[in-house]
Design a protein around this ligand. Structure first.
Ligand code: PMP
Length: 351
């Protein structure tokens, strides 16, 4: 039979998203969502915008949202690019910036969309192994490349680089774009947003899905100097990707502006993470030092698949990783205190 598609399609490694089960009373600790709802001001903004204005197309430039993000990060609105979740922002980044004759570098292991996008856009990638402590070793990136992309903190490990280390990486590759994916930065890391005015090769990508509890709305953004942001805009407008819808724009603006809610929720999550880490260690788990809203853990004597299944049977859903370099690890999103206590209770009851 003839094949009507490009050979690349056969080599794609599609991203496998975490489960979103329909059962509502699960303790859902598998996809790094925020256990606290979005700010009440966000809900009020959505209600206020849910009127007959919905017959109008949204502002294609998301001007008000970009102004709010710019004010929050001390940049200009034209140094902000907004998209439907940071996954879309990252897709445009791969399309716009990463197609070079030299390879793209990213860690092995890391966010699994990077290999997916590399295949899809036919970008040569070199995966740089983490060290034995699952840390990114900067010296390994000291090589000629077309671009670098790193999540900080890394996923699914939760281990972060310091701001000084990020600056060393960006400064050391002045001729290549360096993309820092800060999906989890608000849970203990230090954002590189303040470096943008000094480094034209730096692009910082963030999401409202985690620390601002808006995963269901799909809003992400990138910060960078104008030429980089213009490149993303050109790709977006050539691609006919949809602008953020009207409700997403007002919700995201209210979320960025409600700093009190953001601060309260992220600090609660950090405190719960520290407690959960201690409890898991008391049960014999090895837990990586996390600066994210999840922990990455394994038990030296218990097969991860069995722990996963035992938890699942009791209604507690976590993510099990069994790739070669991270065999038998569990990634546990930080829930409320009650949800994490339930997790510990079930772990204690497992045979
Ligand atoms: N980057 C990393 C490292 C992530 O883990 C995620 C969430 N899966 C994303 C980006 C994408 O987040 P979103 O599309 O919800 O903004």
């Amino acid at each position: 039979m003839s094949r009507y598609w490009s050979p690349i399609v056969d080599t794609l490694k599609p991203y496998v998203a975490g489960e979103q089960p329909r059962i509502r009373n699960l303790v859902k600790l598998n996809t790094n969502e925020n256990p606290y709802g979005p700010s009440p001001k966000v809900l009020a903004a959505i209600r206020a915008a849910a009127d007959d204005g919905l017959r109008l197309y949204p502002d294609p430039s998301a001007t008000v949202l970009r102004e709010a993000i710019a004010a929050r990060f001390g940049v200009q609105p034209d140094e902000v690019f907004a998209g439907n979740g940071s996954d879309e922002v990252l897709a445009h980044t791969f399309q716009a910036l990463l197609k070079h004759d030299k390879p793209l570098l990213y860690p092995d292991i890391t966010y699994s969309f990077y290999p997916t996008y590399s295949r899809l856009y036919d970008i040569e990638a070199v995966e740089i192994p983490l060290d034995e402590a699952f840390r990114i070793r900067l010296a390994d990136y000291d090589r000629s490349c077309g671009a670098i992309i790193i999540p900080n903190p890394n996923a699914p490990t939760g281990v972060a680089l310091s701001l000084a280390e990020i600056e060393t990486l960006v400064a050391g590759h002045a001729d290549a774009p360096v993309v820092i994916d800060e999906a989890y930065i608000d849970f203990g890391g230090e954002t590189a947003a303040g470096l943008i005015s000094r480094y034209p090769n730096l692009l910082v990508v963030q999401t409202l899905s985690k620390s601002r509890s808006l995963a269901g709305m799909r809003v992400g953004f990138a910060l960078g100097q104008r030429p980089l942001i213009d490149a993303l805009e050109r790709v977006k407008d050539s691609f006919n990707s949809y602008p953020l819808d009207r409700l997403a724009q007002v919700a995201a603006t209210a979320a960025v502006e409600d700093v009190d809610w953001f601060e309260t929720c992220r600090h609660k999550i950090i405190a719960t993470r520290e407690r959960l880490t201690g409890e898991l260690e008391r049960l014999g788990f090895e837990v990586l030092p996390s600066q994210a809203n999840f922990v990455f853990a394994r038990h030296p004597d218990l097969p991860g698949a069995e722990v996963y299944a035992g938890l699942r049977a009791e209604g507690v859903l976590v993510r099990h990783w069994n790739k070669p370099r991270i065999a038998d690890h569990l990634r546990i999103s930080i829930g409320t205190d009650a949800e994490c206590e339930r997790l510990i209770e079930v772990l204690k009851s497992l045979p």
